[in-house]
Design a protein around this ligand. Sequence first.
Ligand code: SF4
Length: 487
Amino acid sequence: MSKSYLVRTYGCQMNEHDSERIAGLLEADGMTRAPDADSADVIVLNTCCIRENADNKLYGALGNLKALKEKNPDLQIAVSGCLAQKDRDLVRDRAGHVDVVFGTHNVHRAVELLNHAAEKGPIVEILEETVRGDAEAFPSALPTRREVDHGAWVTIQIGCDNNCAFCIVPAVRGPEISRPFGELVEEVGSLVEDGVSEITLLGQNVNSYGRDLALTRRDPSKGRDGDDAWWCGAQWAEDRRARPLFADLLREVGSIEGIHRVRFTSPHPKDMRSETFLAMAETPSACEHLHFPLQSGSDSVLAAMHRGYTAERFLAKLTDARSTIPGVAISTDIIVGFPGETDDDFERTLEVAAAAEFDSAFTFVFSPRPGTEAADMEERFVPHDVAVERYERLRLVIERSSRRANEARLGLVEEVTVEGPSKKDPSVLTGRTRRNTLVHFASEAPIKTGSYAEVRITHARVNHLLGELIGVTIAARHRTRIPVIAG
Ligand code: SF4
């Protein structure tokens, strides 16, 4: 009997992608996915310290797993991800039943570490940073167990060179490293062969992609000597700008035959360039959706956050995006109650949010993340009830623009990717428009997930649309997985 595993993910898309890699590595080692924790031989908790109460959630989950480990001493429990990177030995100090702790730079060692723990006992292995040139250390270079068959994430860079005061990422993911241009193009090509038609380019700051590549290509120890087009792309090799641009990559992968939709996340407003907007407009597969994190509308709060732009600059880039990409939808992130935020600062946020007319927003009440600069600003913390009241006022502003944006789609025919039955009402299907809005619609015949269909929009809600199916335009190409029964 082969062993079975379960990977539980806490956190962002980068973490979900790392979880796919961990699952891929375990499956490449012969394991199968377990339906639940009770029947698993290996449980990996892939943690995140960006979200609120990450510590409590992890140690709560580990507490629950203790009884399982007592019943089944052969069960192996591993903790990986950002919180493991930050807490290191503390994880085992607080939960001695954990067998393996590994960080964000050694995901590729998951199987070796589990084998080591089985033979020699518990192990904590945290690398300080990813070793450039160690291809395996990039999550995308590892085998993957994708969550959906028609879509895939492609990690284009890891780490972050910024220092936003509220964010733990630079501390736990290390400095920015971009993957070579040619390697990414090859990866997207093989995803297409596997039936993928939709990709999301993933990085902490995608618009600084390539900043390091022009230099790296000169290092003989990194291989592919003199192959400038492979390192930096054919466009760069031709015109020799200071560095390859994210826009070059977007154009190149977006024009690979078989790729129907390309998305990316997340861009940083300070690094966003007109070339990216132009590439989005001129690449038919690039979706008309831009996630553009504002964080605050107050210049003094933005400065305290070290965001590197002003509200005016943010709005100017938004105007550029909208005038270049017809019909683009804009989503954002906003933190309410950052330390030192005054009533006036918050009024600026309301004004900028209203002017920006966001299609949707992830809004958060500030909560300190241990290890960040903002967590040490205790004397400037905004009282919780004040922050909650501000949050409610902001929510109303965002809801107004979301509703208006959705109402503007009434009567239009949208292309949607079919994502399967709706979670709330399995009798209807859910799809996602190019502008990243969910649409629920009925279909008499089943439609395979990953197919593209045309839907006429009949009703608009704040967070989703309802529509009626016109027809399937492209049937899903990917193979349906046949579960393998071990025995
Ligand atoms: S850009 Fe700022 S918020 Fe984004 S990952 Fe880097 S430090 Fe964190």
